[in-house]
Design a protein around this ligand. Structure first.
Ligand code: ZN
Length: 180
């Protein structure tokens, strides 16, 4: 695989997210998250499909920055833009509705988007376990695990290694946070 397009995507995402921080106590740079999602796909899910990895690097740019799908299409092509669109929430909706729709839509995602969604949730589960938002009480962290499991339930069966890595992350999370 020519590394240039993926590196270009990482540089693009780093620039777009440059003023954003994660919600953990240390306020880590936001870009750590999309890079971690791409790394999980490649290193733990054995995903080598270039557009899936590129879309992983870009997956939060439209939802969380001023990036448009047209821009992604111009720079990275319609396939990548389409993949990011599949995993992007409709911003006009409320938080609860968006969370509900993620569960509802998961089974209808493409095979590539399902893998991206599992890797995204896996990274968030690890963050909620090890470096949670400073203001999240235990119950909110446990509720996040339950919701992530509901979303991933609709994405399973397309990549055994990712399914297993997600299950392992959940076991670790529940070991640390308890099940309430
Ligand atoms: Zn994400």
């Amino acid at each position: 695989m020519n590394p240039a397009p993926l590196l270009k995507a990482i540089a693009f995402a780093a620039n777009k997210h440059r003023h954003q921080r994660r919600k953990d106590a240390e306020a880590s740079p936001y870009i750590n998250h999309p890079i971690a999602v791409a790394a999980v796909l490649a290193a733990e899910g054995d995903v080598s499909d270039e557009n899936t990895l590129i879309a992983a690097a870009l997956h939060d740019t439209v939802e969380d920055t001023k990036t448009t799908f047209e821009e992604l299409e111009e720079y990275f092509g319609p396939e990548v833009a389409g993949l990011v669109r599949e995993v992007t929430d409709e911003k006009s909706l409320g938080k609860m509705e968006r969370k509900r729709l993620q569960v509802e839509h998961a089974p209808n995602l493409s095979i590539r988007a399902k893998q991206l969604k599992i890797a995204d949730k896996l990274c968030n589960v690890r963050d909620v376990t090890d470096a949670p938002p400073a203001d999240w009480p235990l119950k909110r962290r446990r509720d996040y695990l339950d919701w992530a499991m509901d979303v991933v339930a609709g994405c399973r069966g397309v990549n055994t290694k990712l399914d297993q890595a997600f299950d392992q992350a959940i076991r670790r999370a529940k070991g640390k946070l308890g099940t309430g």
